[in-house]
Design a protein. Structure first.
Lengths: 202, 202
DNA sequence: GTCTATATCCAGATAGAC
DNA sequence: GTCTATCTGGATATAGAC
């Protein structure tokens, strides 16, 4: 009788090549810009001819899509690995810092995930679902800090995205906005947990 | 004696053509995306051949540069035209709203001015100077509201840019973040003007 | 699986006639 | 000022041999 192998060596090899393609794609995006990624460069860097890439990805957009998934998975992993303090204020501080630092680490990743910088690129349904997982993890973290309310959460995302955007656009190698995180989170928590949240009249 | 004309009709005509080129450039950017602007389309839409554009602009980048200046001048004008209330809180609310609404009005303008979405494009020294005028006007407005401190101003820019970014990215035709402006500004003013601004310890 | 060869199309820019 | 003609280079993608 023929033994049926439990490992599919061919599939493993294929996955390894795909992983290599994506690694190199990120590398090129970091030097040439996210939009500057070309299949020529990509193929050259892994010792292939451009058409061979089509064995692994059906189009260039499919490569961006896979990168989009990868980036979101990295953020998901970061959120999972983190040990979260019980104190809500501390947890939110950490959450904001994690997010801003993750954004700063890799500019093309930030652009691909959070800005819509590639013309005509929209994540596939599958890729979008992964992005939604990130959103939901964030919401859980938020709820875990004892906070509720969709408006409150929308303000939260605006704060974090604003800090990231200003830091990356105006001081990419420094900490001008990074170091304001704790103050901003405190401002936010004080506001959210204040006994009266009536708007002032003008 | 020969009369010396006080108007240079030739220069006027040239300026008019330049204005038309820029108008059409914005129009194309709105339909094809900012990066999708091509000199072919541009020339076709104004009834010229592509090489003729070079009589007016020395390169495509120069066109982006002029658009960058134009966009900033529009924002400057908006800031100048606005009547500013004396009450600081009301003035800041208005300022934030003006900025977010300006951003929402025109996506490519927002991308060109505030995101770095065109690869290899950096504004020329002249264009950058105009952008700085906007920044300084904003600072003046801020100081006029009786507020001081560079950290406080950095927080302010983060709040406004975060509200804009979330609104445009996640609800471009709605008001999900727009309607949070007053609450966010109040939170901010309360924080800035609070007697004690010590950070909480965790 | 990877290749060669090629299709198809696009871009920005320049030379030089008129 | 605007044109024709052209340069030079880029891109993604496909057909089909091996």
């Amino acid at each position: 009788m023929l033994e049926i192998p439990t490992r599919d060596r061919r599939a493993e090899r294929r996955d390894a090549v795909i992983a290599e393609i994506l690694d190199v794609a990120w590398e090129i995006a970091r030097t040439e810009g996210l939009a500057g990624l070309s299949l020529r460069d990509l193929a050259a860097k892994i010792g292939m001819r451009p058409p061979s890439l089509y064995w692994y990805f059906e189009s260039k957009r499919a490569i961006y899509d896979a990168m989009f998934v990868q980036g979101n998975q990295q953020l998901l992993a970061r959120l999972s690995e983190q040990e979260w303090p019980d104190d809500p204020r501390a947890a939110l501080r950490l959450c904001a810092r994690l997010f801003v630092e993750f954004s700063m680490e890799d500019l093309p990743r930030y652009q691909l995930l959070f800005l819509r910088t590639i013309p005509n690129f929209e994540p596939s349904a599958h890729a979008y679902a992964v992005a939604m997982q990130v959103y939901e993890q964030m919401r859980d973290r938020f709820a875990g800090a004892g906070l509720v309310g969709s408006a409150a959460f929308d303000i939260w995302t605006a704060l974090v995205s604003g800090l990231s955007a200003q830091q990356i656009a105006n001081d990419p190698d420094g900490d001008r906005w990074l170091r304001l995180i704790d103050e901003v989170v405190d401002m936010y928590v004080d506001h959210i947990t204040a006994p009266s949240r009536q708007r002032k009249r003008t």
